[in-house]
Design a protein around this ligand. Structure first.
Ligand SMILES: *[C@@H]1O[C@H](CO)[C@@H](O)[C@H](O)[C@H]1NC(C)=O
Ligand SMILES: *[C@@H]1O[C@H](CO)[C@@H](O)[C@H](O)[C@H]1NC(C)=O
Ligand SMILES: *[C@@H]1O[C@H](CO)[C@@H](O)[C@H](O)[C@H]1NC(C)=O
Ligand SMILES: *[C@@H]1O[C@H](CO)[C@@H](O)[C@H](O)[C@H]1NC(C)=O
Ligand SMILES: *[C@@H]1O[C@H](CO)[C@@H](O)[C@H](O)[C@H]1NC(C)=O
Ligand SMILES: *[C@@H]1O[C@H](CO)[C@@H](O)[C@H](O)[C@H]1NC(C)=O
Ligand SMILES: *[C@@H]1O[C@H](CO)[C@@H](O)[C@H](O)[C@H]1NC(C)=O
Ligand SMILES: *[C@@H]1O[C@H](CO)[C@@H](O)[C@H](O)[C@H]1NC(C)=O
Ligand SMILES: *[C@@H]1O[C@H](CO)[C@@H](O)[C@H](O)[C@H]1NC(C)=O
Ligand SMILES: CC(=O)N[C@H]1CO[C@H](CO)[C@@H](O)[C@@H]1O
Length: 651
């Protein structure tokens, strides 16, 4: 029996062979952040076979990918990116934004800015409360955070010069931790001054941002291998060192077209929690070929195609809101109307100021000689400006930042009084989801009032990080200002049965008035820290939004007109919530009504968390940089690996 299985796994281990009609125990749709984590942990058991089907290529050999300081440049962002466009956003003067997401092995961790912080205890505890399941609270997740990473603790230089604070209790460094994590080895004068200014402005200093209480200013670790200062993507962490496992198969450049179901007799699947719709095969097309190929699912399929890609796979497979499916020409198989709904995204913005700081990143954006010089420094010595992402110093800001804006108590009261109105508006006629969004808003507004919400992040980028291509050729400080706790909820759906047609994406930015007000308050906070001593000593005036933009109304208008963009942290479209409040997956991440399919990616996060998920932000018209909620997405992958393998022992 075992010999047979070993023979079988050895056969399917021929990676270069075309997989048509091969059979695998586990078929993983999407080789991104969580998908590769699941594949890695499942393949620890040599007796099971796994195939990962990834739409993009393996791009680990590209310097734009492996040299950290080239984050989001050139080829990486144009060819390895889904670059989804949103619908015109009514609250952003009808602008359509771009949401970046990795279309490459390793997903967004291959093209993001490598920041590797975690959100606060209260944000994960909110998932547990919503699901009445403590296994998703901070205390239960901490072991998975530790298990996913292999941290090189900071050395004396990083502690003394960079102000890095490290608490070994909350980090993982065991050899079975997969993601190599470390701290930058170069720090900027303006970062030090800003850290001191933030403390002077009342923020706690010396924070390990992974402690569960990230309120304060601290240096985020990065997903980099400090042995040679290279990026460590999900591919570096979970695939490359294990590529020789005969039971771990990866097919790149292959886009899944649908899951094929064993459909029970009509109606029987909708009965009392019965799970009898079963995935039997997964179909895909390889880039450059028209033929549909297929692999057979022996045990389970895991969908890890991202917050926008995953609902697309389900809708193309007949799972979703039947009126949306029929309009797209897809015959419904299972009515699950919350698929694609509940979408939330962090919103990015910034204040940029002129500076006379002695060293900034600007030369790299404007001066080809500076880039060559730094490249040769990286190649010969692994030092210099390209060794890390330079914007790792940040502070998650609590709700009490509103104290100085006067109208916050009123806005909070109004939001509470208006919960029904907005839950109804965001639920799109889905009565169960309306209850779920109401429950989310109640938790988030309570955490605002209790001052445990972290609705904003300010972080320092030592150079220009906005979008003005025609800016004055000077040196800059940019304070990035991210809205972390949006109450607005939008949606993504297919409009066609043709897989090449991009789905419609509507994040409903600023649709809730508190979102716009919070984000504007973050601009005021950023301005305050820029002119607080000792940061004021290098401040030479504001460039954007500009010193004429003063009142909160003017700030909001400027965000709406130009400055707000996606922070590429979309979540929630396959929400983990009880079915009776509009959830799509249960707390083992199994899709309701389906026997053997789970979801593992940021789409299951019911409420967005106050940390980087895995997303990109625009640096200039020519280069883009990407940031990431990846530490949390890895946790989802690690958990799914365990759910699946522990269940397998029973089946
Ligand atoms: C995948 O596609 C890329 C172009 O996007 C191509 O360069 C590469 O050779 C392809 N890889 C395979 C294995 O087909
Ligand atoms: C946005 O578009 C809608 C629909 O086309 C239009 O009614 C509205 O006036 C536009 N808003 C702005 C600010 O242009
Ligand atoms: C960096 O070092 C790791 C081992 O820690 C190695 O696997 C990888 O190939 C190196 N990358 C480069 C670009 O030198
Ligand atoms: C910008 O800073 C660089 C050093 O990083 C310096 O050489 C250059 O003169 C500065 N440019 C301006 C316009 O101040
Ligand atoms: C090369 O690296 C060494 C050790 O990290 C460092 O002391 C030295 O300053 C670096 N050289 C240059 C030119 O940066
Ligand atoms: C904001 O106000 C609350 C009470 O209204 C107080 O507890 C908190 O310390 C204040 N925060 C700041 C930064 O002033
Ligand atoms: C509720 O929201 C609506 C729409 O934004 C607004 O017109 C109304 O004034 C709000 N009511 C309260 C009590 O906040
Ligand atoms: C299904 O989608 C349609 C069109 O968007 C919407 O009007 C309807 O309310 C949705 N039904 C459910 C149950 O969500
Ligand atoms: C920057 O300019 C200010 C005066 O505008 C000066 O006080 C300060 O010392 C200068 N700092 C640096 C690093 O040149
Ligand atoms: C929030 C976000 O963008 N998460 C993405 C992180 O990367 C993985 C892998 O590409 C995606 O599945 C997630 O959607």
């Amino acid at each position: 029996m075992h010999i047979l299985l070993q023979l079988l796994t050895a056969c399917v281990g021929l990676r270069s062979s075309i997989a048509t009609s091969s059979t695998y125990d586990y078929v993983i749709i999407g080789g991104g952040t969580a998908g590769l984590a699941v594949a890695n942990r499942l393949s620890e058991d040599p007796l099971v076979s796994i195939v990962v089907i990834e739409a993009g290529p393996n791009a680990e050999y590209l310097p734009e990918v492996f040299i950290p300081g080239l984050f989001g440049s050139g080829q990486a962002l144009t060819t390895l990116n889904w670059a989804y466009s949103t619908t015109p956003q009514p609250m952003l003067n009808n602008r359509s934004l771009v949401i970046n997401a990795g279309r490459v092995l390793g997903g967004s961790t291959t093209i993001n800015a490598m920041l590797f912080p975690r959100a606060g205890r209260a944000q994960y505890d909110a998932w547990a409360e919503l699901n009445r399941d403590a296994s998703w609270g901070w205390d239960a997740l901490l072991p998975f955070f530790r298990r996913s990473e292999r941290v090189t603790p900071p050395d004396a230089f990083q502690v003394d010069e960079g102000g890095v604070t490290y608490d070994p209790e909350v980090h993982g460094s065991a050899s079975d931790g997969r993601v190599k994590v470390g701290y930058p080895n170069m720090f900027f004068e303006q970062s030090t001054l800003w850290r001191q200014a933030a403390v002077a402005a009342g923020f706690p200093g010396e924070k390990d941002l992974g402690s569960g209480d990230p309120h304060g200013v601290g240096v985020s670790p990065e997903s980099i291998d400090v042995a040679n200062y290279t990026r460590c993507s999900a591919t570096c962490a979970y695939y490359t060192p294990f590529a020789s496992r005969p039971n771990l198969n990866v097919i790149t450049n292959a886009t899944v077209t649908r899951i094929v179901w064993d459909i029970p007799s009509p109606g029987s699947y909708s009965g009392k929690g019965q799970r009898n719709l079963r995935a039997i095969a997964v179909e895909f097309v390889q880039t450059g070929s028209n033929g549909i190929e297929s692999v057979t699912v022996r045990r389970e399929a895991v969908v890890s195609a991202g917050t926008i890609g995953t609902p697309k796979v389900f809708e193309l497979s007949g799972i979703g809101n039947s009126s949306i499916l029929r309009a797209a020409g897809i015959e419904p198989v299972l009515e699950l109307p919350s698929v694609g709904e509940n979408l939330a995204d962090h919103v990015h913005s910034y204040v940029s100021a002129f500076t006379n700081a002695s060293l900034t990143f600007d030369a790299l954006l404007t001066n080809p000689d500076a880039i060559s010089e730094q490249l040769s420094l990286w190649v010969t010595n692994h030092t210099g400006l390209l060794t890390s992402f330079p914007g790792s110093l940040g502070l998650p800001g609590p709700s009490n930042i509103f104290n100085n804006t006067g109208n916050f108590p009123t806005l909070l009261q109004e939001a509470k009084a208006n919960i029904s109105h907005f839950a109804h508006l965001f639920a799109n006629g889905n009565a169960l989801l309306e209850k779920g969004i109401r429950a989310q808003h109640e938790i988030v507004l309570r955490s605002y009032a209790d001052d445990v919400a972290l609705p904003l992040e300010n972080s320092l980028f030592p150079g220009y990080a906005g979008t003005a291509a025609d800016r004055p050729q000077r040196n800059y400080t940019t304070i990035m200002n991210v809205l972390y706790a949006p109450l607005s909820r939008g949606r993504t759906h297919i409009t066609s049965s043709d897989i090449r047609t991009a789905p419609v994406v509507d994040p409903a930015y600023y649709m809730h008035p508190l979102d716009a007000a919070t984000h504007a308050a973050g601009i005021s906070l950023a301005r305050k820290t820029l002119i607080t001593p000792p940061m004021d000593s290098i401040y030479l005036g504001e460039f954007e939004p500009g010193s004429k933009v003063r009142s909160s109304k003017d700030i909001s208008n400027s965000l709406r007109a130009a400055i707000a963009s996606s922070d590429n942290h979309v979540t929630g479209t396959m929400a983990m919530m009880p079915k009776e409040i509009g959830g799509v997956v249960d707390t083992k991440l199994r899709v309701y009504g389906i026997e053997n399919v789970r979801v593992a990616d940021a789409s299951i996060m019911p409420i967005p968390v106050s940390a980087h998920t895995v997303g990109p932000l625009r640096l200039s018209s020519r280069s883009l940089l990407i940031r990431n909620q990846s530490s949390t997405v890895y946790v989802i992958g690690e958990r799914v690996g365990l759910f699946v393998s522990s269940q397998a022992t029973f089946s």
